[in-house]
Design a protein around this ligand. Structure first.
Ligand code: R5P
Length: 293
């Protein structure tokens, strides 16, 4: 009888083996609930502890951007080498097949276009129920610390954290730098720590001097934005310095999709982030791929 056999087979309880000690690889998240840890593990590789987030949410403020004119053509080419898609619900739903199995960092704030002089006036635009429908691993909320809209962006951030906490969805706090805002270590030290204390699960900011101090003072992982397009070797140096100083990866857009070879660049960035390649070795790798095409 099948049931009896199964019962007799289940006798090896390994009484002499202590319970497996479980650790968690994401900074500050040891006490998080299972579902949240599952989502964070889709963002941060359990093997390297880091992430390559591909940012292509630029259209929410800029419209069609150089390199992102045809999301349906570009993203599938880059997808195999990225861990996370950071984008708007409109871009993902219309142009990205749900079969790719990537973590989603869903851009959840909006409010201005580049036609405005001041782009700091944003609101929380995406309901948590829609983030759940999108199977988002985290929602991304832009904050404008130091601007006239500081308070409302903090309000949006806390609303997103409260909603996400109800369902185990992480919040990515994005430190925005406006035209009038500083880009100093002093500013990033303040802004990253504020976001972490509000309860975000990961922070996106810019690389700067004394970055190691900013990482040390921030109790959750920090990923760096790429910023304006740089020559490929300099973008790889930026990524290399950031992870060497403790960043848990990159959330990079223009320096990938505007590169001479975006797919090769995504792979080279992944070598730096996940395999500890130096910037020099990664640039060699990038050139090797280009030559083989
Ligand atoms: C800015 O907040 C946007 O979310 C971009 O996704 C972000 O700046 C990363 O893109 P890039 O590497 O092009 O700066």
């Amino acid at each position: 009888m099948a049931e009896k056999d199964a019962y007799q087979a289940s006798k090896n309880y390994h009484e002499d083996v202590p319970p497996i000690k479980q650790t968690f690889h994401v900074k500050g998240m040891h006490h998080a609930d299972w579902g949240l840890k599952d989502r964070l593990s889709r963002i941060f590789s359990p093997r390297s502890g880091r992430t390559v987030m591909l940012a292509f949410d630029h259209g929410y403020i800029m419209g069609s951007t150089t390199g992102l004119e045809r999301l349906d053509l570009v993203i599938p080419e880059l997808a195999p080498h990225a861990d996370v898609f950071m984008a708007t619900r409109g871009a993902i739903r219309t142009c990205v097949p749900p079969t790719f199995g990537k973590a989603i960092a869903l851009r959840a704030t909006a409010g201005s276009s580049i036609l405005q002089d001041d782009v700091t006036d944003e609101v929380l635009a995406v309901d948590i129920e829609d983030a759940i429908r999108m199977n988002a691993s985290c929602v991304a909320v832009q904050t404008f610390i130091g601007s006239k809209d500081e308070k409302s962006s903090i309000d949006s951030l806390n609303k997103a954290i409260n909603a996400g906490n109800r369902y185990g969805i992480a919040t990515l706090g994005v430190v925005a730098v406006g035209k009038q805002m500083e880009r100093t270590a002093r500013f990033f030290l303040l802004a990253t720590r504020m976001l972490a204390e509000f309860g975000v699960h990961l922070v996106k900011t810019y690389y700067c001097e004394d970055f190691g101090k900013i990482v040390a003072a921030c109790p959750v992982p920090i990923v760096i934005a790429g910023g304006k397009k740089l020559p490929e070797d300099e973008a790889l140096t930026l990524a290399y310095r950031a992870v060497s100083d403790g960043a848990a990866g990159v959330d990079m857009g223009r320096n990938i999709f505007q590169a001479g070879d975006p797919a090769a660049m995504t792979q080279a960035i992944a070598k730096v982030v996940h395999e500890n390649y130096t910037d020099k070795d990664a640039f060699g790798f990038y050139n090797d791929i280009r030559q083989k095409r």
